[in-house]
Design a protein around this ligand. Structure first.
Ligand code: NDP
Ligand SMILES: N[C@@H](CC=O)C(=O)O
Length: 417
């Protein structure tokens, strides 16, 4: 087959962790005929790895440059990013993005704009960094029902949890390291409060099950209130705490979705997913279980995912949303009981037992830790007040031996700040 030589130009908006990552990947592949045509950033005074002449500060110079074949939106400002995606799609252009918040919150509109104006939007980098999960769901599982999709979707919180389990170190220090390594969001509360994982889960819900769900509708807790007591309890049970996003088909054909810290036993494939790595287990009706593992954050891994989108978009690849076209699935209301551990901030938290309409299984002598059965629906209804009270919530899966818990609930030691 004859290889066609061509020259293609990318308009890059954003030159931070991911923008620089993409730039490096493009430079390393110059022989393929691609170049970065222009780069837009915001801060005129920031030191850069390229001469000042390489940059513009006016986003319209990129958006209105018709010599560019594709636009890569890689900025940290969600409002501005939405404006960029809207304008590019209204012009019928091809655009790639890594911005999960914007995509998760606006997917119905972004799909409509593609249909109306004929443009293309790809966003593989927005879910699980370098792992090709969206194209796997679209291209391979587009026609097979999925029983469950669950995984570690946020690199920063996984990095922190790995440090806490391995070193019993400081939560704050681990978060600062995740920020310094470029894994965290500009607003890191999105990472530790489970919101970034929630955004990714909502995008997955569309591609895996054909469900369009707004992040605000979904139960989610993060790891911001974790302490040493909980980490030690998990260790004593032979588990690690992981922040898990899960999508599960219910018996009535709905999809249950949630993001919750979870005690993961050593027999689970997600147990060994450490640091900024993400892992995703897909269970399909006929294929059975498959496991995807890779770096979920960072400059080059994410730049690589953006590059894969760019080069496949130019060859005509686009999402066809097969499940969205064929599925009638809706979000489940969350009535199936789950077992959870609640850990307070040194005060009794037994007031929540009644509020959550739950069944108490165990409590520590100081009533600061409880294990109870509750519905996801009740947890969602009380999500804000549990968070405001600083309560840490973790799922205790059925595979974890509950009978070991009573002896273990009495420990107490705060994580050093
Ligand atoms: N970091 C990661 O591992 C991953 C990040 N993402 C997503 O990728 C996107 C970029 O993240 P990341 O590179 O880490 O962020 P950074 O904070 O490192 O960089 C953001 C870039 O956006 C630019 N920018 C911000 N606002 C504007 C604006 N109004 N106009 C033009 N440029 C602007 C900044 O300009 P300036 O340089 O002048 O400040 C900077 O170059 C985000 O949506 C993030 O959620 C997705 C997957 C992984
Ligand atoms: N902040 C995110 C970056 C990638 O999506 C994370 O930590 O996973």
């Amino acid at each position: 087959m004859k290889i066609q030589k061509f020259k293609k130009r990318i308009g890059l908006i954003g030159f931070g962790c991911v923008g620089q990552g993409l730039y490096d990947v493009v430079e390393a592949n110059r022989h393929l005929g691609w170049e970065i045509g222009s780069i837009c950033v915001k801060d005129k005074d920031k030191p850069r790895t390229l001469p000042a002449s390489a940059f513009t500060y006016n986003v319209q110079e990129v958006l209105q440059d018709t010599s560019l074949d594709i636009i890569a939106e890689l900025i940290s400002d969600p409002e501005e990013a939405l404006g960029i995606l809207r304008q590019a799609l209204q012009q019928g252009r091809t655009v790639v993005s890594a911005n999960k918040k914007v995509i998760a919150e606006n997917l119905p509109e972004l799909i409509r704009l593609q249909q109306k104006y004929g443009g293309v939007l790809l966003y593989e980098a927005s879910v699980c960094g370098s792992i090709p999960v969206l194209r796997t769901l679209e291209a391979y599982y587009g026609s097979e029902p999925l029983l469950e999709v669950r995984g570690i979707l946020n690199g920063s919180s996984n990095y922190i949890l790995s440090k806490l389990h391995a070193e019993r170190g400081s939560y704050q220090l681990a978060l600062e390291q995740a920020q310094a390594l470029g894994f965290a969001e500009a607003d890191p509360s999105l990472d530790v409060e489970g919101v970034d994982a929630l955004h990714k889960l909502c995008i997955l819900a569309t591609h895996a099950y054909g469900v369009l769900v707004h992040p605000e509708e979904v139960l989610h807790f993060g790891i911001q209130h974790i302490n040493t007591e909980v980490v030690e309890l998990a260790d004593a049970l032979g588990c690690r705490i992981k922040l898990i996003g899960s999508l599960k088909a219910t018996a009535t054909g709905q999809v249950a979705l949630q993001v919750l810290p979870t005690l993961i036993p050593a027999t689970d494939a997600l147990y060994g997913v450490e640091a900024e790595f993400n892992g995703l287990e897909i269970e399909a009706q006929f294929a059975g279980k498959q496991f995807l593992l890779g770096k979920g954050a960072g400059s080059h891994p994410t730049g690589s995912a953006v590059w894969a989108d760019i080069t496949s978009a130019v060859r005509g690849y686009r999402y066809t949303y097969p499940k969205l076209c064929t599925s009638q699935a809706t979000k489940a209301s969350g009535e199936e009981q789950i077992t959870v551990l609640l850990q307070g901030q040194g005060r009794p938290i037994t007031t929540f037992i009644e509020l959550l309409q739950s069944t108490l299984h165990f409590q520590s002598p100081d009533k600061n830790q409880v294990v109870l059965s509750v519905t996801p629906q009740q947890l969602k209804l009380n999500q804000t007040s549990l968070k405001l009270q600083g309560v840490f919530v973790a799922v205790v899966p059925a595979s974890v031996a509950l009978d070991k818990i009573p002896d273990l609930l009495a420990r107490s030691e705060a994580i050093p700040a």
